[in-house]
Design a protein around this ligand. Structure first.
Ligand code: 3H9
Length: 692
């Protein structure tokens, strides 16, 4: 097998090139190739300096994540980096694309780094539940200072070449990498001593003089990263960088890296990384399916959803027309958008000029004709089939023949909406999640007639809008809301049986959700759920009573909880306990104390059961897509894996047994385990187990 690492000589400069598509990950063959090439150049008296560069679209984007969890083959990355550090001639990393994780650590182990202006740098291991394990926690603080390095490592965010140059992470920004790298290598070939980050701890002086700054950072990161192990471990490693000699700091980092690598949290986060990439692939949809770029968009409906959707386009630099029927509603929608952007600018998220530019990309209109030139028209009007069909019929006569017609329906039949047009093949659903400008999930609802090019173009658009697209089929509520509906069904019966709203919420908060179901209902508005139930002819003994009492949630200062003015923190309210007790008495329910693990099973297992039906019906393409929906649409804690991954770890036999008992006790046949759960449990498999 040919090595992914090769060398060529340009006079007395050796150029070592890593060519390991797609992202030049540091798999075993690369590490072994690097070790061999570096040893050869060290031994070759005709080589005065070495340039380390990468072929393809990027510098090394990290260790090879697919190798994690398996025994590591020698040489390890830290060994290769140590070998470079011991060389008697300079090694220059020449960086383009993204130098990430082990890639940046490799570059930090070289004597010099140069980059082109578009290069980006980061240590995103934290997103995989890991810490930089090849010297990153010891070297980056020595280059940038302890707190700036902590910010980069605990957020996983990338920095650009301007910041890298200013901080001393790179020595030079060059216009053309190849020629400039050779010239730079010649320039420094004879300079001695060879500079190594490990030898220079001047930038640590500030944090050493003020250890309180690290403690303060540790406290703030602990608040923000509840349930995640890696951020605190990164802080510990930086403390080691401050307190211990370099070699001991490195050893401590290694120990903590291995601990995280073997943790269930990291295994779940690594699963999530690949699941997200998998969700972008649609079986039968060729990766080279031609797509049409979206250059102009229109959104119908200037309410909360429509406004949020329009902001997505504006954020991505795409001009968008926001269309409403009444001047007052349009004006309100546009004002809200402006206020949102101004608030982001005040918080420092974007500059005031950028806020103005984004507002400037959104034009209001009171006529549907304004959608005539759009590449995609997104409907975000009231959830009413007759209204949507009428609108799509009208749009059909107005929009360009090649325009995409998208509905933001959260429940309705996209095929029925498409049938109201003469071009059902150009219609699909784009289901955004509230707040639409923040939440990253986009359920793309493929209708039975949706054209592959329309689907591919919408997925490409989603990525441009920085969304995570997941393709789903047509059914009531699609993937996310259909499952959520099952959870909501249990809230009422748990309350009647004796759990308090605070106990319900605490069970999910402890599991890692950012919010419990009762606080979430208060945020969305108790009247919203009430209106949906009215439409479906459903009743809810507790919520209907809250509604009748005018407890509409946060907006009225009371719902399942009460709220102090100007404060969103939910406070348990004895008045609600009385309402629940009254409802339970009326229904003749015997109340009892319900343990937290039972609450959790009652809330989550019915959702998993519904997901099994969703999978069997082919509404989701694969189990891991369901996990992605829950990470990005509902705040499912990624360190537990998604509902499917988690269910596999609980065991489908356990879940099936519990569901069967629940169904019997509550007299609810919908809780009976789905045939897929029964079948997989009988085979000893999980949702995500490969087919044997
Ligand atoms: C690390 O470095 C640990 C060290 O500190 C210590 C070691 C001792 N490995 O995202 P894309 C695949 S931890 C294996 O669609 P983009 C990916 O699965 C690592 N495979 O492209 C996909 O495969 P497929 C720290 C990887 O242009 C294909 O490449 N580094 C890896 O949108 C294209 O990926 C990171 O966490 C990998 N490291 O974005 C960086 N990376 O085509 C992780 C990617 O079969 N990577 N693949 O589906 C990224 O953030 C993005 O992939 C990147 C490109 C920004 C590079």
């Amino acid at each position: 097998m040919t090595s992914p690492v090769t060398s060529r000589l340009d006079g007395d400069i050796a150029v070592v090139t890593i060519d390991n598509p797609p992202v030049n990950a540091l798999g075993h063959a690369v590490r072994a190739g690097l070790a061999a090439e570096m040893a050869a150049h060290e031994a070759n008296g005709a080589v005065a300096a070495v340039v380390l560069a990468c072929a393809g679209r990027t510098f090394v984007a990290g260790a090879d994540i697919t190798e994690f969890g398996k025994p590591m083959q020698s040489p390890g990355l830290h060994e290769v980096i140590a070998q470079i550090g011991q060389m008697s001639k300079p090694v220059v990393a020449a960086i383009h694309g993204t130098a990430l994780g082990g890639g940046l650590e490799l570059a930090l182990g070289c004597h010099y780094r140069i980059a082109i202006a578009t290069a980006q740098f980061g240590l995103p291991e934290v997103k995989l539940g890991l810490l930089p394990g090849a010297g990153g926690t010891q070297r980056l603080p020595r280059v940038l200072g302890a707190v700036p390095a902590l910010e980069i490592m605990t957020s996983g965010e990338f920095i650009g070449s301007d910041r890298a140059l200013a901080g001393g992470l790179v020595q030079r920004i060059v216009p053309d990498l190849e020629g400039a790298a050779l010239a730079f290598a010649r320039e420094i070939a004879a300079a001695r001593p060879l500079p190594l980050v490990a030898h220079d701890d001047g930038k640590l002086a500030e944090a050493r003089a003020n250890p309180g700054s690290i403690d303060e950072f540790a406290r703030s990161i602990a608040r923000k990263s509840r349930g995640f192990k890696a951020p605190a471990a990164i802080v510990d490693c930086v403390k080691a960088a401050l307190d211990k000699p370099f070699a001991q700091g490195l050893a401590y980092e290694r120990e903590r890296f291995i601990e995280l690598m073997n943790s269930p949290e990291s295994a779940a986060q690594r699963f999530a990384f690949f699941a997200e990439r998998e969700a972008g692939k649609v079986p039968g949809l060729a990766s080279d399916t031609p797509t049409r770029p979206i250059r102009q968009a229109a959104v119908i409906g200037a309410g909360t959803m429509g406004g949020g959707i329009a902001m997505n386009f504006a954020n991505a630099g795409i001009p968008v027309t926001l269309i409403e029927t009444g001047a007052e509603a349009l004006d309100r929608g546009l004002k809200t958008i402006r206020a949102n952007y101004e608030a982001t600018a005040r918080r420092g998220g974007i500059t005031p000029a950028e806020a103005e530019a984004r507002v400037g990309r959104i034009t209001g209109s009171l006529t549907l004709d304004a959608a005539a030139t759009a590449d995609i028209v997104t409907e975000a009007v009231f959830e009413d089939m007759a209204l949507k069909k009428e609108l799509f019929g009208k749009l059909d006569r107005i929009v360009r023949p090649d325009a995409i017609l998208a509905s933001n329906t959260s429940t309705l039949d996209v095929d029925e909406i498409a049938a109201a047009t003469s071009r059902p093949e150009r219609v699909l659903g784009t289901h955004y999640f509230s707040p639409a400008n923040v939440m990253r999930l986009l359920e793309i609802v493929r209708g039975k007639a949706t054209d592959p090019g329309v689907l591919a173009s919408t997925m490409a658009m989603a990525r441009k809008l920085k969304k995570v697209p997941v393709v789903v089929g047509v059914c009531y509520g699609f993937v996310g809301n259909r499952m959520l509906h099952r959870r909501s069904g249990q809230v009422e019966s748990l309350l009647l049986e004796g759990a308090s709203p605070a106990e319900l919420d605490q069970a999910l908060l402890d599991f890692g959700f950012p919010m419990g179901p009762c606080a979430m209902a208060d945020l969305a508005g108790i009247d919203v759920g009430w209106r949906i139930r009215q439409g479906l002819g459903l009743k809810d003994a507790v919520s209907d009573r809250l509604h009748a009492a005018g407890r509409l949630g946060q907006k009225t200062g009371a719902g399942f909880f009460r709220y102090e003015p100007g404060n969103r923190a939910p406070i348990p309210d004895p008045a609600v306990d009385a309402i629940i007790a009254e409802a339970a008495a009326e229904k003749g329910v015997n109340r009892r104390t319900i343990p937290q693990d039972e609450i959790l099973a009652r809330l989550l297992y019915p959702m998993i059961n519904e997901a099994a039906h969703i999978l069997e019906e082919g509404i989701a393409l694969r189990a891991s897509d369901i996990d992605i929906v829950w990470f990005y649409g509902y705040g499912w804690p990624v360190y537990r894996g998604g509902p499917m991954y988690w269910a596999d770890h609980v065991g489908l036999a356990t879940i099936g047994d519990t569901l069967r008992k629940m169904a019997d006790r509550l007299g609810d046949d919908r809780l009976k385990p789905a045939p897929l759960i029964e079948r997989l449990a009988a085979e000893g498999r999980g949702f995500l187990s490969p087919k044997s």
